[in-house]
Design a binder for this molecule. Structure first.
Ligand code: FEO
Length: 395
């Protein structure tokens, strides 16, 4: 992509990445991801973040075209994760005189990651970088997503450069602005998946950051992933507020691990019973098939979760254990939990899920465990589990 003009004094010089299969080498990227970077052109010029090193060539080309012969005066580093800081060294090779702007933690990371100690400008909360008719004010947003993370606000045009906050997965297919998105539901799905996979575990910090920024008058949000919000910045602010507050919709995710079909059969039976009890939003996932990224995203969406597992060597199914680890790490709140599972010669599957519920903030509603095959009595118990979950979820 060539650079794209956002305003007379601001260009988009980011890049798309459709080659990397997984973000952080974990989370699938079927629609790719964008690494956004911006060039602010005032009396002085300021580059706002770089991109992942694999995309440095396109990025530098965009930067050169946007500069159009002007000097590059500053690099503002909002976040040091390599998807944004990866090209700093290459940038310095080409522009050795630029001054790098960061907070105390950023300066420390610049030294640790890149051995960069010269030409840095230390800023702190509320400090201003004066570029002429454009001025950036800095606000620290620790742990959203790293300890050094910060945002900047251009006071005259009321633009927030928000780094990871307000970001989403998905490459920008020409449509870099919110008002150019044809399928908002698809966009929101990738935003929620990004939030739950990347930011979710830091929701407390995300809430603190949102509170800190709440009194700013914001006309445009420029994040480092996903579209620029120039028409309806309140849309993405409200989505992030909802996610950070663990606000959910009525619905149930059923995730199961099954070797020979018993737990798959119970999952389907439960799903139909949930429908019979008035639940319309139901997602059923086989943990062996569906990447945790998608399951976690739907868990963030709905207030009910039912986990089912066969017993595998006296424990839960390994893929179920992986899911529970991720759920625990994400400190999920405001959720009801149902459990089902099976065993033949010794238990373990249901027991491990029960232990998981005791370590987390899930509200355990009911559980069903079957031995070897599903009996008539087990089906009655599953009906009861579905009824109890539906009552809780629908409030
Ligand atoms: Fe997009 Fe936390 O890096």
């Amino acid at each position: 992509m060539h650079f794209i003009k956002i305003t007379d004094y601001l260009d988009y010089i980011g890049v798309n990445d459709r080659e990397t299969p997984r973000f952080e080498n974990i989370w699938p990227l079927p629609k790719g991801v964008s690494y956004n970077s911006y060039l602010l052109k005032s009396d002085k010029t300021a580059l706002l973040d770089t991109v992942k090193i694999t995309k440095v060539s396109d990025f530098i080309n965009n930067l050169r075209n946007s500069l159009d012969g002007r000097e590059l005066d500053y690099l503002v580093v909002h976040h040091m994760e390599p998807d944004h800081a990866g090209s700093i060294k290459s940038l310095l090779d080409l522009y050795p005189n630029i001054k790098i702007v960061g907070n105390k933690k950023t300066i420390q990371f610049l030294s640790e990651f890149f051995d960069i100690t010269d030409n840095t400008i230390l800023i702190d909360e509320g400090d201003t970088l004066d570029l002429g008719d454009r001025k950036l004010v800095f606000y620290k947003t620790p742990m959203v997503h790293w300890p050094e993370s910060m945002v900047s606000y251009e006071v005259n045009s009321k633009i927030l450069f928000s780094q990871d906050i307000f970001g989403g997965f998905g490459a920008l297919d020409g449509n870099i602005f919110d008002d150019e998105q044809g399928d908002f539901e698809a966009l929101e799905t990738e935003i929620r998946r990004y939030y739950s996979n990347i930011v979710g575990k830091h929701s407390k910090s995300a809430n603190m950051a949102l509170n800190k920024l709440k009194d700013l008058e914001i006309d445009m949000i420029c994040p480092v992933h996903g579209p620029i919000w120039r028409k309806s910045p309140e849309k993405i602010i409200n989505l992030y507020k909802k996610y950070a507050n663990h606000e959910t919709d009525p619905g149930i995710v059923i995730a199961y691990g099954s070797m020979y079909g018993t737990n798959a059969k119970m999952a389907d039976y439960l799903a139909r019973e949930l429908v019979n009890n008035g639940i319309n939003n139901i997602c059923v996932f086989d943990v062996s098939k569906t990447n945790i990224s998608y399951i976690l995203s739907e868990v963030w969406r709905y207030n009910g979760l039912i986990l089912g597992s066969c017993t595998y060597d006296n424990r839960a199914y390994p893929k179920m254990t992986d899911l529970m680890n991720i759920l625990e790490m994400n400190k999920i709140e405001n959720h009801y939990l149902g459990i089902f599972g099976s065993f033949s010669w010794s238990g373990g599957g249901v027991k491990e899920i029960r232990e998981f519920s005791e370590k987390t903030k899930f509200d355990l509603v009911d559980e069903v465990e079957v031995k070897s095959r599903i009996t008539d009595e087990d089906y009655i118990n599953l009906e009861e589990l579905a009824k109890n979950m539906a009552e809780k979820v629908l409030g």
